[in-house]
Design a protein around this ligand. Structure first.
Ligand code: ATP
Ligand code: MG
Length: 405
């Protein structure tokens, strides 16, 4: 008996709404999918009429493909499909075979016919196959909330049938929205903020400020662990580890303790902008959320932003802590973020930090501090790491890859 070939059918959403440069977004998505699938067997990844097919996959490894594809930004969902002849009997047999032994109460059939020579319309296919499922398994149709959605696609003289599906995060493929530097602590918020920007297609480089040797290097280890997780969404990323201690000590010596945290934050923004200058990166990202802690009031956010010459994107600004925690659990950073560490700011936190900074006063105080070469020194002593997700092998070069419209 001939072996049934399997493929994965990938749908995207937002990209298909793009205008003239849609092809460019699609190419980027294809590239990111191929990179993510590196090391897993497949024969080609092809674009076809607002969908992407990944051919020649191994059915038994569906879970591995699924967990990789879930991490490709831009994907709405991906379904494992078997390829059969475009004949109603073959389609029906395949649907019944795929449903055999599955626990479900309701189902729907979602047929789409791109192969217009096929004698039945999509609706007629839905009805005929639906009737066969009802009479074989005695299950109900539920169009809105089905336990199982069986997809049938008729394309170029072939039929594709499948119901195992993963849902992605949607958004835009990483790398199609320029770069930003994400200020990453080892807390819960900044990894989630980074994730939200990756989802908008932004390629992130990370900067972490540490106070070693006054604090131990645990925050650095945690950040590296978090970036291993972030790298599974962007394959590899860069981390700058900037020593902040000398600047902090200067601030603590010369400024009233009420302003320490704001001046630390301003120093971070300045240093991040200096790094961004070097690589011509247009924006920064931070995990602040309005009112979450004393340092994140609107006046303090204003006083922090004022230190830089680039927009600071704050994707969590309107989110509640429980929403952020839930997201952190979903993306896989939460467990690492809750490991104990000495934060470079909380370590030196005064009893009564400023909650409503007066910008003029902050600027004047800062101007009175003689930093000398401290900012330059911090950058010169910055350590640099390239982090990749580790468990992906690079794609084999002999794989055929084609783009068809
Ligand atoms: P997080 O959970 O991300 O640490 P938080 O609620 O603890 O956030 P803060 O410590 O006030 O808030 O930090 C606010 C934001 O400033 C962080 O989300 C992050 O973007 C940035 N930040 C704070 N500490 C550091 C650090 N050591 N290195 C780099 N960025 C930092
Ligand atoms: Mg923090």
């Amino acid at each position: 008996m001939a072996v049934t070939p399997y493929c994965i059918l990938i749908h995207y959403h937002e990209i298909s709404l793009k205008g003239k440069n849609r092809r460019w977004f699609e190419k980027r998505l294809l590239k990111n999918i191929r990179t993510q699938l590196g090391g897993l067997p497949y024969s080609s990844v092809q674009h076809n009429a607002s969908r992407i097919f990944c051919f020649g996959v191994e059915k038994m490894q569906w879970k591995a493909y699924g967990s990789r594809l879930k991490r490709v930004m831009g994907i709405k969902h991906a379904t494992l499909m078997s390829q059969v002849s475009a004949e109603m009997d073959c389609i029906k047999d395949e649907v019944l075979k795929q449903l055999e032994g599955r626990a479900f109460d309701s189902f729907r059939i979602s047929a789409r016919r791109q192969y217009k020579e096929f004698p039945l319309t999509s609706q007629e296919i839905n009805e005929a196959i639906g009737t066969a499922v009802i009479s074989t398994y005695n299950k109900k149709v539920n169009l809105k909330h089905a336990d199982i959605d069986v997809m049938i696609q008729l394309i170029k003289g072939m039929a594709y049938v499948g119901c195992d599906r993963i849902y992605g995060y949607g958004g835009l493929p990483v790398g199609c929205s320029e770069k930003a530097i994400s200020m990453i602590s080892s807390g819960i918020d900044s990894p989630v903020a980074s994730f939200e920007m990756l989802k908008r297609g932004v390629d992130l480089t990370y900067v972490h400020f540490h106070s070693a040797p006054a604090t131990n290097r645990q925050s650095i280890r945690n950040v590296k662990g978090i970036l291993k997780v972030m790298a599974t969404y962007q394959i590899r990323c860069k981390l700058h580890l900037v020593p902040l201690l000398e600047i902090q000590q200067k601030i603590m010596a010369d400024a009233p303790n009420k302003l320490w945290v704001i001046l630390f934050r301003r120093a971070m923004v300045k240093l991040a902008c200096m790094l961004a200058d070097k690589e011509d990166i247009p924006a920064l990202v931070s995990g602040e959320s309005v009112g979450q802690v004393a340092s994140q009031t609107l006046s303090n956010i204003r006083a922090t932003s004022d230190a830089g010459d680039r927009p600071i994107l704050r994707p969590l600004s309107g989110m509640n802590k429980d929403e952020i925690v839930e997201k952190a659990e979903k993306i896989g950073s939460y467990e690492i973020s809750i490991e104990p560490y000495d934060d470079c700011c909380s370590f030196f936190i005064p009893m009564h930090p400023e909650t409503k900074a007066d910008l003029d006063r902050v600027r004047k105080t800062e101007a009175g501090i003689e930093f000398g070469n401290l900012f330059q020194n911090a950058l010169e002593n910055t350590e640099f790491e390239s982090i990749d997700c580790g468990d992906y092998k690079l794609k084999k070069t002999n794989m055929t890859e084609a783009v068809h419209d």
